[in-house]
Structures are given as structure tokens and as C-alpha cells.
Write a protein that binds this ligand. Sequence first.
Ligand SMILES: Cc1ncc(COP(=O)(O)O)c(C=O)c1O
Length: 399
Amino acid sequence: MKYDFESFIDRDPAVRGTGKYRIMKDSKGNKPPKGIVPLSVADMEFKTAPCVIEAIKAEADFGVLGYHRLTDSFRESCCNWMKTRHDWDIKPDWIVPFEQVVPALYCSVWTFTEPGDGILIQTPDYHHFTGATVNTGHKVLENRLVADEKGHYTIDWADFEAKAREAKLFFLCSPQNPTGRVWTEEELRKMGEICNKYGVMVVADEIHHDLIQPGYKHIVYASLGQEFADNCVMCTSLSKTFNLAGLCYASIIIPNDSVRAKFQKQMGLQAFMHIERFGPVAHEAAYRHGAEWLDELIQVIKGNYEYVRDFFAKNFPKVVVTELEGTYLVWCDFRSFGLSDAEMKVFLTDECMLYLDNGTEFGEAGSGYQRINVACPRKTLADALDRFLEAAKKRGLAQ
Ligand SMILES: Cc1ncc(COP(=O)(O)O)c(C=O)c1O
């Protein structure tokens, strides 16, 4: 490996304000001892790529930090990335700069729907899809994904179509968080055809689109053809890929001129005005020089996923670990333990000192599951699983 994915980084929350550490508490509200790393929240335990750090330093050295607008050079770098990594031709002016993906989900809801309208969501879901629906007075139309005995998720098509008939907007999560599915072209096409048939606007959250495991291919929804591109808003960012979430930048890519104009008008009404300066600078550096770092990262994620999978296969064969197709978030079914969600939380946080994302954070469909973030040094992961094994033995949970 040319890059460092092994060093432990002390992200002391008292000093750094690191979000995922600050919310880490056991069931009694106690903080864990120093050194415990949360394997929760989509935020990696790696430094970003060196090319990104250099670009940020250079911008800081320039020293004038006034209002920022996207440069032509940024737009060109984003177009090149989409072409080379995703075989998707985009025009520079399709890119709408935005502060983050989640506010863009809300903005899409305000742009394309009226309060009370139905929004189609596939569950278990990244909780902000439900949030952006419920908090704005809309109705959740749930299309529950179906898992087989190996934890592979597919779509209940009859239900999808029934819900699409009532919906005004569909939140497509591609790749899917938390199940790690990378949708096939056939699945995407079928979802898109149904949405187009019923006039449902597709808001494709593709924030994890660069984190694809070998053997899988991410297809950008809008690249499926003109009729799909004309009826969608594509939300993306390198914030997951290069661990830049604290820089708050996202590119909302909207191919159709009138859809884009409508979205931008709503942005004005919601007072979404300026973007932060370092986010685009970091993105451009990553787009131009980060591919090699990313390719190594994907290998590290693959190795860590396999470590988790093999650990459970050896020690707890009834725990179902869903195959990781994309993202760095491993979805595990612990229902064989026979613990309630509340008991599981006590077991994990108080007995294992393990901070994962409870499946219920992704809705009822996630009950009995946990999501494990494996984007961390191998030793961090191994220590966490060792604590799990010890605590499970003490509880008599061996299978
Ligand atoms: C599917 C998905 N969308 C959006 C986000 C958050 O994006 P942002 O920080 O740009 O709002 C996440 C973060 O985990 C995510 O998993």
C-alpha cells in the first residue's frame, strides 16, 4: 500500500468536536474509556487523501477567504470524474453546488411535491429519507426490501408499483444504505420505468457511488437514457469517498434544464445561497488526483468486510452478514441472538463497548440488525470484534 490506512488517529472529541465520538454513550449515558472507536456513522477513521490536504493548505495559505463560486476548473474536474469512473457524460452547467446532500433532499421535496403528497422510500432506509418526508408534512409510502436467507436484498416489484402509483417523488438510494446493495442496471431501469409511468420524480442519492466493491458496477441512474435523465435529480458528493463530510459540499446534478431551473428557484426561496470554500477545493483535488488513493481504500474496505464476515462465520454462524457490494457499511442480522433491540444495545454498548448503528435507526425494517462501519484500521476492527467475542462468551451467546 502506498497510502496509510493502518495508523490509529486520535480524534479526541473534546479537542476535535468529532461528531460520531461525541454521541457515543452506553445505555446509562456514560462515555466509554479513551481509545474506544465508534464503528457507527458514515465517517471513516482515515485521513483524507494527501492531495486533498495539500490543496486545502494551499487555499488557506492564499489567505483571502471571501465568498466562493464554483470555478470552471472545478466543473471540468467533476465532468471528467463522472466520465472516467462512471461512464457518464455530463455538461458543466448541470452541476448545482449545494452545502450537503441532506438539505438537497429537503429542497427536492419542497420543489416537486405539496405537503400531504406521498413519497416512496425503500426500507430499511437512511433515516433522512423518512425525515425529509415526515418533517415536511408528507406521507411515507414504504416499499420494504426483501432479504433472502443470505441477507441479499431485492425489490418487491408489485408493492413498488402499487406505492409508485400513489407517489409524487421517489428517494432512490444507490448504492443502498444500509444494505450495501449496488442496484443492477435491470433493477434501476425497472424502478425508473415504473416511476416515469406514474409521473414520479426520482431523487437519486448516489453519495456512495464511488465506494463499489470489485465485481460490482455502479450505474448512475441518469445515465440510463434521456427519459430517465429528464426526470431526476442526482445528489452526489465526495464526502463519503474521501471523508470530507465536515467540509459540507455536495454537487446536485440535474440534466434537464427546466427541472434544474425549478430546483434552483426553490433554493432561492429556502435561502440556500452560498457554498463553503474548502469543500469544492477539496473535491477538485480529489477528482483530479485522488483515484489511486480511492482504489487502495476500496481494497482496504474489502479486506475489512471479509474480516467481519469470516469472524461471524467462525464464531457466530447464525449471524447473517449481508455481502458488501458498495459503501463501507456492513449490514448484519443478529436476530438469532434472541435479544430485543434494547437488550442488544445494552449488550453492545455496556458489555462489548462497541458503538454500532442500531438497525432501528433505519426504520422498523431494521429491527434485529446492526450496521458496522468497517472504514477503520484493521487493528481497530479486530480489537472491537475481540471485545464482542469475550462479552458474548460471558453472556453465553455462543452459537
Ligand atoms: C445515503 C446518504 N445520503 C446522504 C448522507 C449525508 O450526506 P450529507 O452529509 O452531504 O448531508 C449520507 C451519510 O451517511 C448517506 O449515507
